[in-house]
Design a protein around this ligand. Structure first.
Ligand code: HEC
Ligand code: HEC
Length: 397
């Protein structure tokens, strides 16, 4: 037994996944991982066990309540918008816009992030080092005023009363928070949403089938060549988009120190000073340190085929455009108020150096990125909109 355990450990170090025994790793089929509170995760092969927030134990009832709230238009002040308005399942929980628009029409400076595997993120949003739980993150769209997203500020009681007066929600809240005299509150809403988001786990793409499930032919020959390139020192992608989740920002059961890294990947260099546009300066907004200008989190690349347009401000429309950006070693903007050569930014990461690819190689890298699309995830019946507010455009069998 012991040697198996050691082998699992070595493997887990190599793959940056799980451990051995005791519900610590997703790789072991025989002992399904269980949270400290007793919830049983359904994890893809090769995935580590997520960390359960100590102040938000998971239960099926809480997940079910969260699923309803996530798709419910009553979640916004004017009953026009839900979380799902900006996080559509068809688009791997993004909205397809360069930048989002709130319930009352206010422009958000940022692109809506995918919720694929959010439970594993060490920090949330594009560049907020202080946001470390999903329920804390949910307060941003709910109460945020700059910009206004769902617009609860000054309307909290009115919005909560909608749920208090609905017999379906009376039952859902009572089951999610048993034994509470007054189970409907903003805190409980965020925790139920977080519970639902925790199960949005994507790990059955062709890449996963080839890598973790022993089926190399699940990936095309072109995608496999692209994988070699992605993981090569020539392209350097894997340094920032590495590990099972193709992101450096990872946290799961067993990680001692959650990893939270932010990088400037050379999108802007306004006036040659390294500046990024106002409202989109990344980590700098929290630290005001020059070196943090334009530093954002490298997001997961899982389901990236479905999550365009790309980058924190949606300023690159296609994956071809993304590859061109990295190949040049940064983006040049020739004229206008944002003019400047991102490749020459003093704050750019030293891993963004540029490279050249043949047309075939570029196609291969894109085929690899497409091999991260997980249709089982997109069509998972556990994530379905209970109200039919968001008609699906993808046919799921
Ligand atoms: C108006 C559109 C909009 C609405 C409504 C919205 N979001 Fe978002 N979401 C965004 C944008 C934009 C970001 C990126 C924010 C940033 O970085 O500043 C984001 C980021 C997130 C993230 C971070 C993902 C990550 O990988 O870090 C989570 C989680 C999330 N939203 C969940 C929710 C939930 C839950 C709701 C409903 C309570 C919600 N969102 C409502 C647009 C929206
Ligand atoms: C130095 C770290 C770093 C390296 C190396 C790197 N990236 Fe990124 N990547 C990032 C960061 C940071 C972002 C977000 C930047 C932003 O929005 O300002 C990003 C964004 C992206 C996005 C957009 C994702 C989305 O959801 O919008 C894609 C696609 C991507 N990178 C692919 C690649 C590929 C392919 C390579 C290799 C050629 C690569 N990256 C190399 C850090 C890196």
């Amino acid at each position: 037994m012991k040697s198996v355990c050691v082998r699992a450990l070595i493997l887990s170090v190599l793959l940056a996944v799980g451990g051995c025994g005791g519900g610590d790793g997703g790789a072991d089929d025989t002992t399904p991982p269980i949270t400290p509170s007793g919830y049983q995760w359904q994890l893809p092969k090769g995935f580590p066990t997520p960390k359960e927030a100590s102040d938000n134990p998971l239960t099926e009832a809480k997940i079910e309540l969260g699923r309803h709230l996530f798709y419910d238009l009553r979640m916004s002040v004017n009953q026009t918008m839900a979380c799902a308005s900006c996080h559509l399942p068809d688009r791997a929980f993004t909205d397809g816009r360069p930048t989002s628009i709130g319930a009352t029409g206010e422009d958000h400076p940022r692109n809506a992030m995918s919720l694929s595997n959010v439970v594993y993120n060490a920090t949330f949003n594009w560049a907020n080092p202080g946001l470390t739980t999903l329920h804390a993150q949910a307060l941003v769209p709910i109460f945020g005023e700059f910009p206004l997203e769902l617009g609860w500020s000054d309307h909290e009681t009115e919005i909560l009363d909608r749920f208090r007066q609905d017999v379906i929600y009376q039952k859902l809240f009572a089951e999610a928070y048993p034994g509470e005299a007054e189970p409907v509150s903003a805190d409980r809403v965020t925790k139920a949403l977080a519970a639902f988001e925790s199960i949005l786990i994507s790990g059955n793409s062709p890449y996963d089938q080839a890598t973790f499930q022993g089926n190399p032919n699940a990936m095309s020959v072109s995608a496999r060549r692209g994988q070699e390139l992605f993981f090569s020192e020539r392209m350097e992608c894997f340094h920032c988009h590495g590990g099972f989740n193709f992101s450096q920002s990872v946290n799961h059961a067993g990680t001692r120190l959650a990893q939270a890294e932010f990088h400037n990947n050379g999108l802007y260099n306004i006036g040659g000073t390294g500046d990024y546009p106002l409202n989109n300066r990344g980590l700098w907004e929290f630290t005001q340190r020059p070196a943090d200008m334009g530093r954002f989190r490298a997001p997961t690349l899982r389901n990236v085929e479905l999550t365009g347009p790309y980058m924190h401000d949606g300023s690159i429309a296609t994956l071809e455009g993304v590859i061109d950006h990295y190949a040049r070693g940064g983006r040049i903007i020739q004229e206008g108020p944002l003019a400047g050569d991102g490749a020459k930014s003093p704050y750019k990461s030293e891993l963004i150096v540029g490279f050249s690819l043949t047309t075939q190689e570029k196609q291969d890298v894109i085929a690899f990125l497409h091999s991260l699309t997980d249709w089982e995830f997109i069509c998972d019946p556990r994530f379905i909109d209970p109200f039919g507010n968001f008609p699906r455009h993808i046919r799921c069998n």
